[in-house]
Write a protein that binds this ligand. Sequence first.
Ligand SMILES: NC(=O)NCCC[C@H](N)C(=O)O
Length: 406
Amino acid sequence: MESTRQGTKAHGHRVTSEVGRLRTVLLHRPGAELKRLTPRNNDKLLFDGIPWVGRAQEEHDAFAQALRDRDVEVLYVTELLQQVLEYEGARARAIADTIDDNRWGDQLRRVVRGYLEDLDPEDLAQVLVAGLAHEELKTAHGLVYRLMDRLDFIIDPLPNLLFMRDNSAWIGDRVAVTSLAMPARRRESTLTGLIYAWHPRFAGVEPVYDPSLEHVEGGDVLLLCPGVIAVGTGERTTPAGVERLARQVFDAGLAHTVLAVPIMQERATMHLDTVCTMVDVDTVVMYPPIAHSLTAHTVTAANGDLRVEGPRPFLEAAAEAMGLDRLKVIDTGLDPVTAEREQWDDGNNTLAVGPRLAVAYERNIETNAHLEAAGIEVIRIGGSELGSGRGGPRCMSCPILRDEPR
Ligand SMILES: NC(=O)NCCC[C@H](N)C(=O)O
């Protein structure tokens, strides 16, 4: 295929809230990259267990089907990636980014380059996601290759690509291609960046954030309402990342207020969306122990710089920025142990398909019961295997088009 983008068809991409009717979502169906996980590497690759891959795929297919059943268009990242790898320029970029790895010397780099250049788009997409094991590169013989552990990877797999929320996030009609904090995930945004840069579906889209900037992960970014964004800062998104994102979205006219929300720097609460997600225009579900202790620093634009106020209770600061009397919290009424267990299993990580309609893992029985008692329709999906990477329905989805919230 020639190296320019042609055949552009108009598709919408615009997201201004967490709860406007969901129209299009980007997912990644887990595949061979999950088969790379072993007890030796699962910690480094950010999984808490070794998933049963076939079952994880069934669970994911049921998730995608539940969305399609509600008229949501589901796009798959590997399909878009294969399509852009038909373009010479995109292929060259993908290969150059992949071989830019200083664990290799010149000799190994040359061999890997040749190996990748010989692959067709489908196989190249597969290697970019599933990685390349030492034993799969049979043509290499140099020093670095010989000294590598035979069980090591030459190109690391991306098992966390499953959690599509984190490597990019749409803000209005612009996409933030994020700067992932964990080394195991950095290559993910190279792939999504490539798709947004080359796929005809996204022609004309100009990213509002890029991976060279300070760390920001999509799971920390909550679009509270048009113009107001809450950004968690903890294990992943850094304070400098929040500041940079605020500047970028203010300069682009995408928001008037950013709330910087400190969260505990630990695995159970790695992103803001592990403890708080929206289920209606004025309602959140939140991990009970933090509902009233979470704080926010309010950031607004002032004379070409940033004005920072607070900290104040998050619920108060958010309500004020959103122009509400009150931001409601669904009382999940859980005893502390159940709350902790269900938070760990992503009970608070719901994906709103529309106002008061949310996808949630079925295993969080008590959280879901309280959501329903509060008038939220819950679409339950299985997640026993998907959840072994510690992410729920919101983490697994990147909304590309939502209606304006009502
Ligand atoms: N938004 C999210 O909370 N995403 C879940 C990411 C899980 C993944 N295993 C990680 O540690 O990054």
